[in-house]
Design a protein around this ligand. Structure first.
Ligand SMILES: [Fe+2]
Ligand SMILES: [Fe+2]
Length: 129
């Protein structure tokens, strides 16, 4: 088990409801990474998929609410991730290779996207208050 999906407070963006969901995403991704059996992996993967969509909906509504100027680009990033996730999930066989690909994809999205793109939303909100 690695520490890729271990939560660290430096990932906080400062918007409570979004931060709570990010923490949950980390925890679901960690559950996937630690899954031992095929059925545990598939279950965690389905939860990653379901919860990611729920999170993106909330985040997109939040961006609209605050008139975030980067809404369109940000929404496109979410779409791209869902597409890539869809492709991987479609023929996922829980082989080591497929697992590594999925973990890399999640690490990229869960960690990099939060630290970069999501962080820009709170920076924007901060400049308005
Ligand atoms: Fe997010
Ligand atoms: Fe986002």
């Amino acid at each position: 088990m690695s520490d890729i999906f271990k939560w660290n407070d430096e990932y906080l963006i400062g918007i409570d409801e979004i931060d709570e969901q990010h923490k949950r995403l980390f925890s679901i991704a960690a559950t996937f990474e630690q899954a031992k059996t095929d059925s545990q992996s598939i279950k965690a993967l389905m939860e990653v998929f379901r919860y990611t969509r729920e999170h993106f909906t909330l985040e997109e509504e939040f961006m609209k609410k605050v008139n975030y100027p980067g809404y369109y680009e940000h929404e496109q990033e979410h779409e791209t991730f869902i597409d890539e996730l869809n492709d991987l999930v479609a023929d996922f066989d829980n082989s080591l290779e497929e697992r590594d690909k999925l973990i890399a994809l999640l690490a990229h999205w869960v960690v990099d996207h939060i630290c970069n793109s999501d962080h820009l939303i709170s920076s924007f909100v901060d400049t308005k208050t």
